[in-house]
Design a protein around this ligand. Structure first.
Ligand code: MIC
Ligand code: SF4
Length: 648
């Protein structure tokens, strides 16, 4: 039987397991990346393993999330990451050098290689034909140490692309259409592979917009073939030698196939507060806009910025709109400056921000009260922008630019909108290469004496414990469906500087859902959380497991889990349990006392019963199942991933 591209890469990297859908496979990891908001924990975890030098082909530590440096905290983290990277063979991308995913595909990504990153948008590299996956920090630490990255063997979804994008419609609209078709949970357990004649019409940066936002489908990753466009991109980055062609076999089999006719596609927007709440712009045209942001790892390539600049050139944004642009990398920034497009953006009224995540993660530029913000980003979860009642719409750079001019949501394919035309700029064929923002690690000899500097903001990660055979715990919180890691452990400028300080962070756990949660959890510990469908979607932040661990949470019972969060819970020694019958969700209430007994025997069978004493009559019994690989069961018994790895 023929193979898909992803299956070929998996086969080449298979260290353990069989390529049978749902069963656990262990993969050799060629490259890793971290960013600073998850990086400090990942490197503390790596250090605790006592391995002197990373065993990957390339590991890179990026600083892109926490660049505000209000107070010593961020700067402490940066210095720790820089020194730990230098010592252990890891490349360091300085603050201001750009967003990890953008810089990685520009400078380091290689078709056919495996990459894991402690950031959920690591699949961006799939646009270059990499098998690139988001993971928790502990998994990245283990991979840096040469360990396998273990995942359930995913199924395959094919997205057949036909036709060619027309004026005003862009790659962002493609992924918004896929989200409309599949929803934020439609990709769980799958790799999404793009195929068909439309593929060759898309450039690598356009493909990376699509694979980036595949994270919002809940997919393990997304991938494009490596073809003439990939070759041209790598050549233009001065990396022709990294090219390798990759295509699926003609008789490759997929579990699901959907299609997108690029020629028929119209501009779309994801409306508040979910990336799959997708509507055509034609239905949104009366909405007044307060703020427009162009940037983020989804849409901050040179082409994205040039398209927006060409539409804004010689014009002024509406008086009522505040426009920000954040180029994705120093390369994009310097090329924008060189060709004059930056001046056009500034003259039109844009506020130019640093090459970093910035507003995407609530690091400044929060909208006004109930403000409408149009963002070229990938997530519009409630409160993520820093303004709880902010109304965030996710759109393409073209829609963003057209709307910034009128002050209303405006269709860039409509008759009155200015057309993007990047040919007005004299842009060289080759990208401008200046890696001054990237620092190579020390050689092995020099590394031996190098000091790793930890400032007072860096606190040890919480101790994990071996799973007890019996848990008597209270239900501290019951949530609805699609709870994101932004709900569990919010980010933003107030909180993000403390990503290396779990005790401090714990005060904000579930803040947008229930501000009393941390106090209650500590008073009533040990605790259990009850969740709905797709619990833990969104970010890869392991803090969404480490903080509940710190607050005494022993188990989470949900209708279903998002992949990375479920793995993070197990890595932290917290038991993820799934209702055998979803209707039982209604039988447990916040405040109930639950008893989980004979857990060790239950682990073997993959099933346990939760008992809840009823006021009158017999106890309520609720059967729960576990979707855990044998390795994960052993890990829970050992007390989490690090203890398990140490015991191997
Ligand atoms: C995000 O977009 O939510 C983040 C911030 O990049 C996270 C990582 C983090 O929480 O540090 C992600 O996507 O994994
Ligand atoms: Fe940064 Fe936003 Fe991308 Fe996360 S989604 S990596 S916060 S730009």
């Amino acid at each position: 039987m023929g193979m898909t591209i992803a299956q070929k890469i998996i086969k080449e990297h298979l260290l353990s397991g069989e390529m049978v859908r749902g069963s656990e496979i262990g993969l050799k990891i060629d490259q890793t990346l971290t960013q600073d908001a998850t990086g400090t924990m990942a490197y503390l975890e790596f250090e605790s393993m006592g391995i002197p030098r990373v065993k990957t082909e390339r590991s890179v530590a990026y600083i892109d999330h926490n660049t505000l440096q209000s107070g010593f905290m961020n700067a402490d983290d940066h210095r720790y990451i820089q020194t730990v990277a230098a010592k252990h063979g890891i490349w360091y991308s300085r603050p201001g050098n750009g967003i990890c995913h953008q810089v990685h595909y520009e400078r380091f990504g290689i078709p056919g290689k495996t990459l894991i990153g402690s950031d959920s948008h690591t699949p961006t590299g799939g646009g270059l034909g990499m098998l690139a996956m988001g993971a928790g920090g502990m998994d990245v630490a283990v991979a840096m140490g040469g360990g396998a990255y273990c995942i359930p063997m995913p199924g395959m979804i094919k997205v057949e692309l036909t036709g060619r994008l027309t004026g005003g419609v862009s790659a962002k609209d493609v992924i918004l259409d896929v989200l409309r078709q599949l929803s934020v949970k439609g990709g769980v357990g799958y790799i999404v592979e793009y195929a068909g004649p439309g593929v060759e019409t898309l450039s690598v940066p356009e493909r990376c917009t699509i694979t980036n936002m595949g994270a919002e489908l809940g997919a393990t990753t997304s991938i494009f073939p490596s073809d003439a466009a990939t070759k041209a991109f790598l050549e233009a980055q001065g990396r022709a030698e990294d090219f390798r062609p990759l295509a699926s076999d003609p008789d490759a089999e997929y579990d699901k196939v959907i299609s997108v006719d690029l020629s028929a596609l119209r501009p779309l927007a994801a409306c508040p507060h979910s990336p799959d709440n997708v509507k055509p712009l034609s239905e949104l045209s009366d909405i007044r806009v307060d703020q427009v942001c162009i940037g983020s790892c989804t849409n901050s390539s040179l082409t994205d910025m040039l398209r927006a600049a060409s539409m804004l050139k010689g014009k002024k944004i509406a008086d009522t709109v505040s426009l920000s642009i954040s180029p994705g990398s120093r390369q994009v920034f310097s090329m924008l400056a060189e060709c004059g497009a930056l001046t056009d953006l500034i003259d039109a009224g844009a506020r130019v921000l640093e090459c970093a995540c910035g507003p995407c993660i609530g690091m400044g530029f929060s909208p006004n009260s109930a403000g409408v913000s149009l963002r070229t980003f990938n997530r519009n979860f409630l409160g993520r922008s820093g303004t709880k009642d902010g109304q965030v719409y996710l759109v393409s750079p073209e829609t963003a630019a057209a709307s910034a001019l009128t002050g209303y949501i405006t269709d860039p394919a409509g008759p009155d909108a200015p057309q993007a035309d990047i040919s007005i700029y004299d842009v060289p064929e080759k990208f401008r290469i200046n890696d001054s923002g990237i620092i190579a690690p020390l050689d092995e000899e020099a590394a031996k004496d190098a000091e790793v500097i930890k400032g007072p903001n860096i606190k040890p990660f919480p101790e994990t414990e071996p799973l007890a055979d019996k848990i008597d715990a209270s239900v501290i919180l019951k949530t609805g469906d699609n709870i994101t890691t932004d709900h569990i452990m919010p980010a933003g400028s107030r909180i993000l500087p403390y990503r290396s300080n779990i005790p401090y962070l714990s005060q904000f756990c579930f803040e947008v859902v229930d501000p009393e949660f941390p106090k209650r959890a500590q008073e009533m510990a040990p605790g259990i959380i009850i969740g709905g469908q797709n619990y833990g979607q969104g970010s890869s932040r392991e803090h969404a497991a480490l903080v509940p661990l710190y607050l005494g949470i022993k188990a989470v019972i949900a209708k279903s889990f998002a992949r990375i969060h479920a793995a993070n819970l197990v890595n932290a020694g917290i038991l993820p349990l799934i209702f055998e019958d979803e209707k039982d969700y209604d039988r447990i209430q916040q405040g109930d006392a639950l008893e989980l007994a004979d857990i060790h025997a239950g682990l073997k069978e993959g099933r346990i019963i939760a008992r809840c004493p009823a006021e009158d009559g017999p106890d309520i019994e609720i059967p729960l199942r576990m979707e855990l690989a044998d390795r994960q069961k052993d890990m829970l018994l050992a007390g989490g991933l690090l203890k398990y790895t140490a015991g191997l």
